[in-house]
Design a protein around this ligand. Sequence first.
Ligand SMILES: [Zn+2]
Length: 189
Amino acid sequence: MESEITFENINLFLKNYPHKKDSCPHNFTKDFEQIGNMSDNSYGFLSYLDFKTEDQNEVFIGSYPYNSAKLWKCKECNYLTFSYTNDSGWGQLVPLKIDFNKEYLTEPANKSVSIKPINILEFVELFGLTELISPENISDYPGTKLISKNKTSIFRYKIQKTKSGDTINFEIVANRDLLRKIAAYEQKQ
Ligand SMILES: [Zn+2]
């Protein structure tokens, strides 16, 4: 594998990549090798929320299913493609064509959060997510959402009963710095 391309350097890499046209009758995945991975394991379990951007010049790959996309290069002509896992069927690996004229957004991102009820007030105080005080207003989130850049949103609030005690679960959309801080808080509860 070549130097690993990640969500952090993907746009710079695509911008400077010299082989923007496919020029051989390649077959995915047979003729390709993986050279990058858009996964980010730095903030724990990822969410299954599905987002898109309203800007035609952007492709959003910060959320499921593209947040774990892989980057592949044709060994013959060096043409690039993403792949992601289509798990509506049999978990098939499918190519996602790259448009070199577009920007690939990787922020905000999202994650599933699990907080003990006893900690929820402290959590709100630390992170300012006051929606959690009136959870009846939190959306259930049907379908695909348009992303609002730089905005933090909470969806799918529910209280889960487990043997070791209840947990408050929700999905959050935010920048990765905040998601990492929340993941650290989850760990030390
Ligand atoms: Zn090729």
